[in-house]
Design a protein around this ligand. Structure first.
Ligand code: G3I
Length: 339
């Protein structure tokens, strides 16, 4: 009897070690789409078993939650939250203030600075208030800087001076326990953008504005330079803030070659970059490791295919049939060796 129990627990242990989430000591996340969660069993199964953190890919953004000045629609965001809560996951909120996916009524809005501030404060505080106690952390402000480090012109930058600091203060008022992030992409390869983010963080800290984390989206590709990625991680960690690889994918066909074949060579190069990314994340002091989040689940669901009309792209760790790719297995094995 004892032997059977021992064998059973050993097999549980071995199986558990086959899961990527069990090979690491930080949260593993994915962004999800509520339609796929409800309609696609394989998708839901993976979202449920493989991850410990969930982000809404689109359904907490302005355009979707705030379709009219006097109307919020939390229905889809709530579905994601219900799924994540029922399966015991952390929920990461994405995103409160962005230049993109803004509803038409906001684009048409006319008013003085005070009116714009009231609009944005109301938006932030209603969304954060709605999810207070459920969402652990927020990408409060997303993609404010251009690659040259200058502030991007947007509805927010153009109408509200110091809108990043104000947004953080408003979010903090609405949920003092939430971890607040500044989130952006392409810091590797764009040192001026990285520096602008570091300057922002230093300035916010010096003014006691609540900023708790840096989101590095990590939409990278097989040609991304490791030295540049490493530098971005080191510099982000040196701020002492939490670090989140918040939207990870590793593109294998960044130039959208229609003849591209995802062969062993491409798959191996991608696997090596994934290993590098995870190991580099482990170099961040543990208390700053907020987690790694993939931008959706299978290659088929990736924004890179739809958004860029790039059908021959295979950026994630699950294939079109929701099977684990070799990169998943190899990555998990290589990480297990560290523990
Ligand atoms: O929901 C509508 C649907 O009703 C309509 O028929 C269809 C026709 O195009 O569009 C659907 O909306 C699409 C939406 O995703 C939901 O799937 C939009 O066209 C499409 O533009 C939108 O793309 C999203 C993109 O942000 C918008 O910029 C991607 O899914 C999403 O992955 C992407 O995520 C961003 C992060 O939030 C921030 N960082 C970059 C990242 C990638 O762009």
């Amino acid at each position: 009897m004892k032997l059977i129990v021992l064998l059973l627990s050993l097999s549980t242990l071995v199986n558990a070690q086959n899961l990527l989430k069990d090979a690491i000591a930080f949260r593993l996340g994915a962004s999800v789409n509520p339609r796929l969660l409800s309609e696609n069993e394989a998708y839901r199964g993976i979202a449920s078993n493989e991850f410990t953190s969930i982000t809404a890919e689109n359904h907490m953004k302005m355009m979707l939650v705030h379709p009219a000045a006097d109307r919020f629609d939390f229905s889809k965001g709530d579905e994601i939250v219900a799924f994540a809560s029922a399966t015991g996951k952390r929920i990461h909120g994405h995103t409160l203030v962005w230049h993109n996916q803004v509803p038409q009524w906001m684009k048409d809005f006319k008013g003085d600075q005070k009116a714009w501030e009231d609009l944005l404060k109301h938006h932030i505080q209603t969304v954060v208030g709605h999810y207070r106690g459920k969402v652990a952390g927020w990408d409060v402000v997303n993609e404010s800087f251009l690659d040259d480090g200058s502030l991007r012109s947007s509805l927010w930058a153009d109408h509200i001076p110091d809108y990043i600091a104000k947004s953080l203060l408003w979010a903090h008022e609405a949920d003092p326990n939430a971890t607040l992030f500044y989130n952006d992409y392409g810091q590797d390869g764009h040192p001026k953008k990285m520096q602008a983010i570091l300057n922002l963080v230093a300035d916010l800290k010096s003014r006691q504005i609540p900023i708790h984390g840096i989101g590095l989206q990590m939409h990278i590709n097989v040609d991304s330079k490791r030295t540049q990625i490493e530098e971005v991680i080191t510099k982000s960690a040196q701020t002492g803030l939490a670090v989140h690889f918040s939207e990870v994918d590793v593109a294998v066909n960044p130039k959208n070659n229609p003849e591209f074949v995802y062969d062993e060579k491409a798959s191996a190069a991608q696997m090596e970059l994934y290993k590098f990314l995870f190991k580099s994340f482990q170099s961040i002091p543990m208390k700053q490791q907020y987690g790694i989040t993939f931008w959706n689940i299978s290659d088929k669901d990736s924004w890179l295919r739809g958004y860029f009309k790039r059908p021959k792209e295979y950026p994630l760790l699950f294939d079109e049939n929701y099977a684990k790719k070799p990169a998943y297995t190899e990555l998990t094995k290589s990480l297990n060796k560290l523990y």
